[in-house]
Structures are given as structure tokens and as C-alpha cells.
Design a protein around this ligand. Structure first.
Ligand code: IPE
Ligand code: IPE
Ligand code: MG
Length: 233
């Protein structure tokens, strides 16, 4: 089975390393998150130009509520300002924005901004940018299981987990040096190519994205079958 993503690749990025980036500079972790937000725009622009149809950015995991209250508050503030600031640019660039994850624990003002940003960018066709915020893949799978019944087949279950577009992940990239998934898109990653880089997220740029994509395009994806050359032999 080939990738189901008809509108370009699905790239997922675990944007990790903001805190270490700040600590190395003697700055507060919140400053690292601010630098992390600044790193997003060039990557989004490069993604749209690189054959990526869907870009899912992991910004806040459901386990990140364990961080100190001041850091969580700083992250909420950054999401709020990001949503307010970027919508016009997204509309101009044809970027459709969605948030995945829980909304019931977010401040009401942010929830309203999310809905407004999603509505304002709904027609964007150049790139689907999904921000995972208060997101847990295991929660998403559990929620799907609650909706499923014995007749639910794998494709239908995938839609319950991931939404109607059910985009399987083609490439999962994690910055910051850790080699784990930290509860990100577990179902969708079944055949994702994994790329881990030591680059801290605030330092990640277009060149790093190009490198990761080159590595991806050099991989031999078999989906359990044989590569075309072995098939012919
Ligand atoms: C990723 O950076 C952003 C969030 C998880 C919110 P970190 O804050 O995890 O940065 P490190 O891993 O401590 O460097
Ligand atoms: C994963 O990073 C979540 C995000 C990048 C948003 P963490 O820094 O929270 O992950 P762990 O704790 O190192 O696994
Ligand atoms: Mg981290």
C-alpha cells in the first residue's frame, strides 16, 4: 500500500529543544519558547514549497501540563499571540490552519481565537498546517475506540483517530536530540520514516528541512512489501 496522502507529503515535527536553547544562553525557558515560535514561519514557508501537503507541528503535549505554571502560562500566551498575528499571512499564502488536541482545558479566549483562525483560513489549499496543542496520541486513539464498534474496519478507525482526512505520516522529524515519540501521532506513524536531529528547534531552519527531506527521499519505503527492483527479480 502506498502513502494515502494525495495532496503531498505529511510531515510531522516534534519541535523540541527550546528550553536547552535558552539555558545555554543564560535565558529563561520562556525566552526559548519565544525563539521557538520565531522558527516556525520559515519552516512553514519552505514546507509549502517542498511538496508537503500537511505539516503537523507538536507544540504542547498533554503531558506538558506538568511543567511549572509560569512556563505553561508563557506557552498559552505565545499560542494566543501567534493565532492573532499569523492569520493574515496564512490567508495570503493559502495556508489552512487547524489545531488538533483537547480544547476544553484551554482558556476560553484562546479557544475563540482558534475557531476564528480555522474559519478564516479554511479555504487555504497550498498547505494544511496542523498545530498539536494539548495533544496526546494515546488519548486520540482511546477517543476513537470509544466511538468504534465491532463493524469498524481499519480505515474507518483511522478516520476516527485522525479526522476525516486521516493523513498517515510520511516523515516524522524530531529536533533536540531525543529519540522518542513522546505520545505524538502514534497511529499515524505506523509507516513513517523517522529522522532525528540534534539541532535545537529555535536553530532549525530551511536548510535543515531540506536535509531531512533529502534523507526521506533517499529511503526505500516498502510498506511490508518488496522494493520494485526485488519485485522484478
Ligand atoms: C519543546 O521544547 C517545547 C515544549 C515541549 C513545549 P522543550 O521545552 O521541551 O525544550 P527542552 O527539551 O527542555 O530543551
Ligand atoms: C514533546 O517534547 C512535546 C513537544 C515538543 C511539544 P517534551 O520535551 O515534552 O518530551 P519529553 O518529555 O522529552 O519526552
Ligand atoms: Mg523537551
Amino acid at each position: 500500500m502506498q502513502s494515502k496522502n494525495m495532496n503531498g507529503l505529511h510531515l510531522g515535527i516534534i519541535m523540541d529543544g527550546n528550553g536547552r536553547w535558552a539555558e545555554r544562553r543564560g535565558l529563561s525557558r520562556s525566552r526559548g519558547h519565544e525563539a521557538g515560535v520565531r522558527a516556525i514561519r520559515p519552516v512553514v514557508e519552505a514546507a509549502a514549497a517542498s511538496g508537503i501537503g500537511t505539516l503537523t507541528l507538536y507544540a504542547f503535549s498533554s503531558d506538558n501540563w506538568r511543567r511549572p505554571a509560569a512556563e505553561v502560562a508563557a506557552l498559552m500566551g505565545l499560542l494566543r499571540s501567534y493565532l492573532g498575528r499569523e492569520v493574515d499571512a496564512f490567508r495570503e499564502a493559502g495556508v489552512r490552519l487547524s489545531l488538533i488536541g483537547r480544547r476544553d482545558r484551554l482558556p476560553a479566549g484562546i479557544v475563540r481565537r482558534i475557531a476564528a483562525a480555522e474559519a478564516a483560513t479554511a479555504d487555504g489549499a497550498a498547505l494544511h498546517l496542523r498545530i498539536a496543542f494539548d495533544y496526546s496520541a494515546r488519548e486520540a486513539i482511546l477517543a476513537a475506540a470509544r466511538l468504534a464498534d465491532f463493524a469498524t474496519d481499519r480505515d474507518a478507525f483511522a478516520r476516527l483517530v485522525a479526522g476525516d482526512e486521516a493523513p498517515d505520516l510520511d516523515l516524522l522529524l524530531r529536533t533536540g536530540g531525543e529519540k522518542r515519540l513522546s505520545d505524538f501521532l502514534l497511529w499515524e506513524s505506523a509507516y513513517a520514516e523517522l529522522v532525528f536531529t540534534d539541532r535545537l528547534w529555535p536553530d532549525f531552519g530551511e536548510g535543515d528541512l531540506a536535509g531531512a527531506l533529502a534523507e526521506f527521499h533517499g529511503r526505500n519505503r516498502r510498506f511490508g512489501g518488496l522494493s520494485p527492483s526485488a519485485q522484478a527479480a
